[in-house]
Each structure stands twice: as C-alpha cells, then as structure tokens.
Design a protein around this ligand. Sequence first.
Ligand SMILES: [Zn+2]
Length: 343
Amino acid sequence: MKAIYIDGHGGNEVVHVGERPMPERRTGEVLVHMQASTLNQVDLYMRNSGAGITHQLPQTMGLEGFGHVAQCDADSGFKVGDAVVIHPGISCGQCEFCQRGDDVLCTRIALVGEHRDGAWSEYVVVPAQNVLPAPSDLNAYEAAALAVTHLTAWRMVVTQGQLKAGQTVLIFGIGGGVSVAALQLAKAIGARVIVTSRHAHKLERAQTMGADLGIHTPDQDVVKSVMAFTAKRGVDLVIENVGEAVWGDAMKSLVRGGRLVTCGATSGDQPPADLRRIFIRQLQILGSTLGNVQEFKDLLVFCEQHHLRPVIDRVFPMDQVHEALDVMSRAEQFGKLALDLRA
Ligand SMILES: [Zn+2]
C-alpha cells in the first residue's frame, strides 16, 4: 500500500512516498481506509531527529486522520464504510492513569506516527477505542484536523485552563494550528481573546474569526497592550507553545491567580522561572499535551453544537508532502496543512 514514511532522520531526503506492508488487523482493532490527514509540528521533529521517541525505521508518518472502516469486529459498534476519525494515543488501559480516565498520561502510551506506524497511508490499524464516528457536517480534512490540534487546544483551554464566558485569554503566535483552534474554542465559550503575531495579515485573519485584540509584536509591546485592553487587570489565561521568547511577557500579562498553559517550546525550553512572581501572584503554570479519548468525545460534541470548523490552509496530494513540510517549517500557514491520502 502507498504510504509516506521516514527511513532516517534529517531533511526531506529521509521522507519517502512509496510502498509499505499492509497492516494486519487483530481482534479488537479496526482497519481504516484513510482519506485525509493534517500535518503537526511533531511530524517535523520525527523527520529531523526522532525527538527522542522510541521508534523503528522505516516508519510511516502522521498522527491523525479521517477515513472509512474497512474491517472491524462484528461487536465493535462499527460497520464497514463508517466514516471515522482516529485518536492517536494508544494506551495500556491498566496503569494508574488509564484507570482514572487520564489515558493521555499512560506510562505505556504509544502514539500513532510517533512510537508506531502513522496515519499517512492507505490503511491504518488501531484499537477500536481509538476510532470515533466522524462529525457529519465537516469535510474529510476538517474532521482529520480535530484529533490532534483541536484536542490539544481543548485540553489546554477547557480542561487545564478552565476558561469561562466573560474571561480573557491571551494566545501567543496566532496562525499555528493549536493557537487557531484555541481561538475558535475560546470564542465559542464566550471569552474575550487577545492574539499576538509577527505578521499583520495573520492578526487580521484572527480578527475576522472573532479575536478582540491583535498585538503586532514587531512594533507593539505585549504587556502594555494587554494591560491597556484589560484596564490594568491582566488576563485570566495564557495559551502558548512558543516558550522562552514569550515567557516573560506571558507571566507579566496574567492576572493574580491566573493560569498559563503551555504545550510547546519552539523558541527554547529554559526560560527564567520568575518564582517570586509565581508565588506572590499565585500563578498556575500547567503543562499539557494532546488529550484523553473522553476529551475527544466531548470536543466532537462541542464542535457540532457550536458549528465549529477547523481552518484548513491548503491541501497537498501525498506526492507533495515535502512541499507541505517545508511550508510548515517556515510557519507560513494559517490553521492546518492537510494531506489528501487518496491522491
Ligand atoms: Zn496506561
């Protein structure tokens, strides 16, 4: 079957579009005929270095996807042809964290496209609990985008961030998949949203999606702009995945008792902790990554209720995956870059 795989680590020269063995389905698993997927930052990390993740080469890339059930158990709750989305976190179901429903913290979690063969292929096999009915009102690319980006944003904004209607959230680096998803979720919740970017056109786009304030970082001071907008109060929540470059501004933008949720560190992961500010102002710093299967179910319901559609920047056929990876590495996109797995 056709797949996009890596056979080493480095640049695009290790990324190939070619034949890979057909996966074999066992009892309890579902074979999915894939149709669409999207790119995530971790795909670049897997290509570049493997990111310290235990995996075997060659390995098929891609974490998420939309497709149709090709084979399943009779009692799986699915039937051949059902449109489905895939949750990439395959957990053990037995450890302390799985038992309490926090399967994303599973000590033996294996992620599709990280620890095992990924979703950028004609077919993929995953346990039945990792397969969910696709929302009927989204196209294949929009549906595919929910499982990693929107789920990550959901856990950050809702579970960890506890954002409520009327509160204010500051989202750094609008344009990336998670930040755009966080903007959508925060507006649907009824919060006020401040976004930052180096690019004026990304701020304009965010404001058409409901962002209440856009801060153009080359010529506007983040903390001053936030304080002016919030009558010197500060924001209830900061959502960020930039790390070092924005950490100081993020901490200074928070209201007393406010929360900062981070899911990445693209500019560096060792910012000064600023402990005095943390304890005196009683700030909460929360880490987050991906989300549980139950959170994914909650997200799918929320998206349907609020008619929320992931933003797809553009779609590439499989053979143009190198170009897609280049666009992402230059952070040119607004929202998600998608792959058509049948082209
Ligand atoms: Zn577990």
